[in-house]
Design a protein around this ligand. Structure first.
Ligand SMILES: [Zn+2]
Length: 355
């Protein structure tokens, strides 16, 4: 296992196993006896995206505002072995097993204190599937960054997911983000040539991160990153298992969060289409997006419009962060000033209404 930041090592570490036997972990940082916030990372990165020591990160901002953070590493974490060596999985498994198990672990320890969730990207898609399946009742409030119930990507990204899906059944099982692990000449070089867009950045790993998980679009605004963060992108990003791509493609084509395992009884708790069960969302929702989110475009604005029109009973609001892209809303050097205030205000306002 690679090293993590000292800040994370200082927190309380809880290892737990999901009902289908996958070992995950949670780390708690911030004040004791405070309202809790579960932080759910995107795919191919890890909980470290919320706790970069080189910037004022979201756990710092939450602690100062009187909230404790619970950093989950779900099965798609770049810091856990399951993502690269475990059996293939889809986001159904994250929604059915990982998120409910994490919430149960936290609730065991916080009693009846409020529990919020802040989720990014694929983490927010899985959260949408869990919540509309009624698997996470009684949350105090939810923040979804980039995407929630209505995934939408650019045409070029859609083509790249298609290319990736076509590789299923070949010997390629993962898309690496680290250029050093691929090298200049091996079997997969042609794939990377296809996936990596000719970016402006001279760092090949940065181009691969964008070409892989960014699917050819910008994952973040370069100017928003601290140089130290940019220098260790290869460490922050892990591999992407191809097993998730058909599910992702299906959802994106439908512009809706869908269950993949339709004929498998084990997954019957999950809705076939999360949007059709949006009325099961029982807490306030803040949809966040950078105005330049190239990964999910205006998915969250669309989600806001759809929910407002179809589910007037759901308390939903939308905040757009000017000039921000996707991942820089959490890993950007200025995110504490530009982004986290919206999250804290939402948590404070929702807490006040609960009191
Ligand atoms: Zn770069």
């Amino acid at each position: 296992m690679r090293s993590t930041s000292p800040e994370l090592d200082a927190g309380e570490l809880i290892s737990f196993r999901t009902a289908d036997g996958v070992d995950l972990r949670l780390r708690r940082v911030g004040p004791a006896d405070a309202p809790a916030v579960l932080l759910v990372h995107g795919h191919g990165v890890s909980s470290e995206m919320f706790a970069l020591p080189e910037i004022r990160n979201v756990t710092d901002a939450l602690a100062d505002a009187g909230y404790q953070s619970w950093l989950l590493d779900w099965r798609g974490s770049s810091r856990l072995p399951h993502n690269t060596s475990g059996r293939p999985y889809t986001f159904d498994d994250v929604a059915l097993y990982d998120l409910p198990a994490a919430v149960a672990q936290i609730r065991e320890r916080i009693g009846d204190r409020p529990l919020f969730v802040v989720a990014h990207c694929i983490g927010a898609l899985a959260l949408a599937l869990s919540m509309t399946g009624g698997l996470l009742p009684g949350l105090a409030g939810v923040v979804a960054q980039g995407v929630f119930l209505t995934p939408k990507v650019s045409t070029s990204a859609r083509m790249r997911v298609l290319v990736g899906s076509e590789l299923m059944g070949s010997r390629v099982t993962h898309i690496e983000s680290d250029f050093r692990k691929v090298g200049l000449w091996n079997r997969r070089t042609l794939l990377y040539a296809a996936l990596s867009r000719k970016g402006d950045c001279p760092d090949p790993t940065c181009r691969m991160v964008h070409g892989g998980w960014g699917m050819g679009t910008k994952l973040f605004e370069h100017d928003h990153l601290d140089a130290r963060t940019h220098d260790r992108l290869a460490d922050l990003f892990g591999a992407i298992p191809l097993s998730v791509l058909p599910h992702l493609r299906q959802m994106e084509l439908a512009h809706a969060v869908l269950r993949w395992n339709i004929d498998d009884e084990r997954y019957s708790a999950l809705p076939q289409n999360a949007l059709d069960q949006a009325d099961r969302i029982d807490c306030p929702v803040l949809l966040l997006s950078g105005s330049r989110n190239a990964a999910w475009l205006d998915s969250n604005r669309l989600c806001y419009e759809v929910l407002s029109a179809r589910n007037p009973g759901v308390d939903v609001r939308y905040t757009e962060i000017p000039s921000y892209g996707h991942l820089d809303t959490f890993i950007g050097r200025g995110a504490a000033l530009d982004v986290f205030g919206y999250i804290v205000d939402f948590l404070d306002e929702t807490s006040a209404r609960l009191a």
